[in-house]
Design a protein around this ligand. Structure first.
Ligand code: AMP
Ligand code: GLY
Length: 414
């Protein structure tokens, strides 16, 4: 079996290694890939999206797995192009991926199908936004498009809201687009992953990620500074509520709206005093949650994804270990406002944990930083205590100039 995995970060390396370890022994190819991914996968020799599609046809790829979101909505959409060429794709078509690409589309979907979520108003300009906020703070402002995790601002007061609105509507930091003014919700967050195959679904191992840069959930939002995953992260009662009020109605909603879906669907939830509510959908696995969840996966992920991509839902092919997995991210100097490349990474040989590379490059001097989030250091254990102690201890062995890491991953909010 030949599998092409699309993306280049730590999530994709975790997917590549888990797919490669499948008992069906697939051959894994990667686009655009990274030096670290290409220690396991073969880099696809293609310059661009068109070249990728041509390569997959020529090589008679059996399955395309979408790691990151951008290709799902780029041009005609990755899954749409695969469908036209007869290549099974694990990842939804462009029209369904609007659940992630457009906050307004997702909000309308949630409201239309009676799925619990915060109230919201969509606005097109600065003054309209101020009117929609109506002097009620904190408020949550969400740019209506892909913004690499930076398009959401939780604003405690008018000054912070006005600053973000200036960025969106005057400086146009994210380009043209509308904005959602959303009700501020409170409670712990949890990431639920569904593997969706038409009208059927499997709920995978839940996880929690840590989005703020610094300990204590202080500092700016990032792509994620760490994650903890375990089947025991949510009680069976809570998981049942989430399934009944959120996952099942979402899958029914996709069917009712004629939105085809075969792939991972990520439900970003807040466990509010009124029950779990959806904060966002992502049409792919979470990053860094994927790096924490994949080491717990047992069975045959490659056969599971191939069957699912063909519409043959096969939940018996995978399961999850009952233990815990903790992922600590090392980020480069200046992240998230900027990032620093070329800093030599030390200690990787001494690190006894799984390491996934989010943004690195292999040079004659060794591995160097090459992006904002640099490495994911991941350890497992039978207990939360064992997993988090190991993850932090192993992460502490790895270093580079200006490295940033949280010390409360899997401690805070547990
Ligand atoms: P998102 O990109 O939509 O997941 O938002 C990023 C982060 O902003 C979330 O993980 C939450 O911590 C926070 N956030 C998003 N929506 C809300 C909301 N309605 N109320 C409070 N916090 C929110
Ligand atoms: N962990 C958040 C995300 O993948 O969007």
């Amino acid at each position: 079996m030949k599998i092409a995995v699309i993306g280049k970060g730590g999530r994709e390396q975790a997917l590549v290694e888990t797919l490669a370890a499948s008992p069906c022994k697939p051959q894994i190819f990667s686009f655009p890939g990274s030096d670290a991914i290409c220690e396991t996968a073969t880099r696809i020799d293609a310059a661009d999206f068109d070249g990728l599609m041509q390569w997959m046809v020529e090589q008679q790829v059996d399955l395309c797995v979408a790691g990151e979101e951008s290709y799902l909505v780029k041009g005609e959409g990755l899954a749409n192009r695969c469908a036209a060429l007869g290549i099974p794709c694990w990842g939804p078509p462009k029209e369904s991926a609007q659940l992630e690409a457009s906050k307004e589309f997702a909000k309308n979907f949630l409201l239309r199908h009676g799925i619990p979520t915060g109230g919201a108003a969509a606005v097109a300009g600065y003054d309209e936004a101020i009117a929609a906020i109506g002097g009620k703070y904190p408020t949550v402002l969400k740019f209506d498009g892909l913004a690499a995790g930076k398009g959401v601002a939780v604003c405690p007061d008018a000054a912070s809201a006005e600053e973000f609105l200036r960025e969106v509507f005057i400086e146009k930091r994210f380009g043209e687009g509308r904005l959602l003014v959303e009700e501020f919700l409170t409670g712990p967050e949890i990431s639920i992953f569904g593997a969706i195959c038409d009208d059927k679904y499997l709920i995978l191992c839940p996880a929690r990620d840590y989005k703020r840069l610094m300990d204590g959930d202080e500092g700016p939002n990032t792509g994620g500074m760490g994650a903890v995953a375990s089947r025991r992260l949510a009680s069976p009662e809570l998981l049942q509520t989430i399934e009944e009020t959120i996952v099942a109605p979402t899958v029914r909603g996709l069917q009712a709206d004629g939105l085809p879906y075969r792939g991972f669907l990520y439900f970003g939830l807040m466990l509010t005093p009124d029950g779990p509510k959806v904060i966002e959908y992502n049409c792919r696995f979470g990053d860094p949650e994927c790096e924490a969840v994949m080491p717990l996966l047992r069975g045959d992920l490659a056969s599971f994804c191939l069957a699912g991509a063909k519409g043959e839902f096969s939940p018996e092919l995978i399961s999850f270990d009952n233990g815990w997995s903790v992922c600590c991210i090392l980020a480069s100097a200046g992240y998230p406002a900027s990032s620093h490349s070329g800093d030599v990474i030390s200690g990787l040989d001494a690190c006894g944990a799984r390491v996934f590379h989010c943004g690195t490059k292999k040079t004659p001097e060794g591995w160097v930083t090459n992006g904002g989030r640099v490495l994911a250091i991941v350890a497992q254990g039978d207990t939360l205590e064992a997993a988090r102690t190991a993850a932090h201890a192993e992460a502490a062995r790895v270093d580079f100039a200006g490295s940033q890491r949280r010390s409360d991953i899997a401690y805070r909010n547990m």
